[in-house]
Design a binder for this molecule. Structure first.
Ligand code: AMP
Ligand code: MG
Length: 314
C-alpha cells in the first residue's frame, strides 16, 4: 500500500481515537451521527469495497507470517450494528484465518472462574484475527449497570468493595499490555449509537417479521438504563484507552459509514504490523530447483515439461 494511502487512513481514523489519559464524556465528545463530509453514501460503497480487498491482502500476509495475532473487540449497545459490521468488514477475508466469538450471559461454569477466564480461552493464535462480539468489557458495563451480575461472580469479600471497577480497569489494561507484548494485538471499537436511532432500529425489528427473532422485551428494558450505560461507557473509555490498546469510537447511526470506519481502524492496525510473506533462503531455493528438475523429468510423452510454466509463458 502506498505511503499516501496509509497516511490518509491514519488521518481518517484520528478523530475516532480516544487519546490515552483523556477524560471522555461520550455524549459531548462523540457524535453518533457523524460522517465525513467529503464522502457520499455512493462513494462510500467503493471505499468499503477497496478497504475489504486491502484487508484480505494484509490478512493473508498476517497468516503466512505467523508472528502476530489480532484481537478485535467489538462493543456497542443493542442494535448498535455489531453483527452487520462483522459480516461486512470481514466479508473478503479467508474464513480459515478468522474466529468470531460472541459472549452472552455467563454460564455456571464461567461464573466459577475469575472474570477474564472465559475471554482468555478464546484468544486468537498467531496469524489469526479473533473477533470478540461483546468482550471482557461487558465486565465493566452490564455487570456494573446491573450489580446482581457481580453478586453471581461470588468474589471474595475484600475484592467486592467500592474499588472494584477501578481495579478491573487496571486488570484489563495489564492483561491487554501482556497480550500486546506477546504479539496478540488488541483493537477496540465501540459502536456509538444515538438513543433515537436505537428506537428506530428496535421498531424495525418489531415491524419486520424476519427480524423479530433479534428483538426481545429485555432489550427494551435495557434501554431504560440508557444514562447508566452512557456513564459506564464514558468511564470505561477514559480508563482503558492505552497506548498499547487505544479505543476507537465508531459513529454508528449511519451503518454504511460505521462499516468504513471499522474497516479503516482494523486496516490501520494490520498495516502497522506490516506482516510479510516468509522469505525463502538460497538453500531452499536451490532445493526447489532440484525438485523442479525431477518433476520435469517425469513428464509423460507429449506433455510439456512444466505445464504451468507453459500456460503462463507471457
Ligand atoms: P446478544 O448480544 O443480543 O446475544 O445478548 C447477549 C446478552 O448477554 C446481552 O444482554 C449482554 O448484556 C449479556 N452479557 C454479555 N456478557 C455478560 C456478562 N459478563 N455478564 C452478564 N451479562 C452479559
Ligand atoms: Mg440482543
Amino acid at each position: 500500500m502506498k505511503t499516501k494511502q496509509i497516511r490518509r487512513i491514519a488521518e481518517f481514523i484520528e478523530p475516532l481515537r480516544v487519546p490515552p489519559g483523556s477524560r471522555v464524556d461520550l455524549a459531548k465528545d462523540f457524535d453518533p451521527g457523524y460522517k465525513a463530509d467529503f464522502l457520499t453514501k455512493k462513494d462510500g460503497k467503493k471505499v468499503l469495497r477497496n478497504g475489504i480487498a486491502a484487508l484480505a491482502d494484509v490478512q493473508a500476509r498476517l497468516a503466512a507470517q505467523d508472528t502476530y495475532g489480532v484481537l478485535l473487540c467489538l462493543q456497542g449497545l443493542d442494535a448498535g450494528g455489531k453483527d452487520g459490521t462483522i459480516r461486512h468488514v470481514m466479508s473478503g477475508v479467508n474464513p480459515q484465518g478468522v474466529h468470531v466469538r460472541s459472549f452472552k450471559v455467563p454460564s455456571a461454569e464461567e461464573l466459577g472462574h475469575d472474570f477474564l477466564w472465559r475471554y482468555n480461552r478464546h484468544l486468537p493464535s498467531r496469524g489469526e484475527i479473533g473477533i470478540f462480539n461483546r468482550s471482557h468489557y461487558e465486565e465493566v458495563l452490564v455487570v456494573r449497570v446491573h450489580p446482581e451480575n457481580l453478586d453471581r461472580q461470588r468474589l471474595p469479600r475484600p475484592s467486592r468493595g467500592a474499588g472494584v471497577w477501578e481495579r478491573r480497569y487496571r486488570e484489563i489494561n495489564d492483561w491487554e499490555h501482556y497480550l500486546a507484548d506477546n504479539g496478540i494485538i488488541p483493537v477496540k471499537m465501540f459502536l456509538n449509537l444515538s438513543k433515537e436511532e436505537q428506537r428506530t432500529r428496535f421498531l424495525k425489528r418489531i415491524d419486520r417479521p424476519e427480524k423479530n427473532w433479534k428483538f426481545s422485551s429485555a432489550d427494551a428494558r435495557e434501554r431504560q438504563y440508557w444514562d447508566d450505560y452512557q456513564r459506564a461507557i464514558s468511564q470505561m473509555l477514559s480508563a482503558t484507552s492505552t497506548p498499547w490498546a487505544p479505543w476507537y469510537v465508531i459513529p454508528a447511526d449511519h451503518k454504511w459509514f460505521a462499516r468504513i470506519c471499522a474497516a479503516a481502524v482494523l486496516g490501520h492496525t494490520l498495516i502497522g504490523l506490516d506482516p510479510q510473506f516468509p522469505q525463502v533462503s538460497d538453500e531452499e531455493k536451490q532445493e526447489l530447483r532440484t525438485v523442479k528438475k525431477e518433476l520435469e523429468a517425469e513428464a509423460p510423452k507429449g506433455a510439456p515439461a512444466d505445464p504451468y510454466a507453459a500456460a503462463h509463458k507471457s
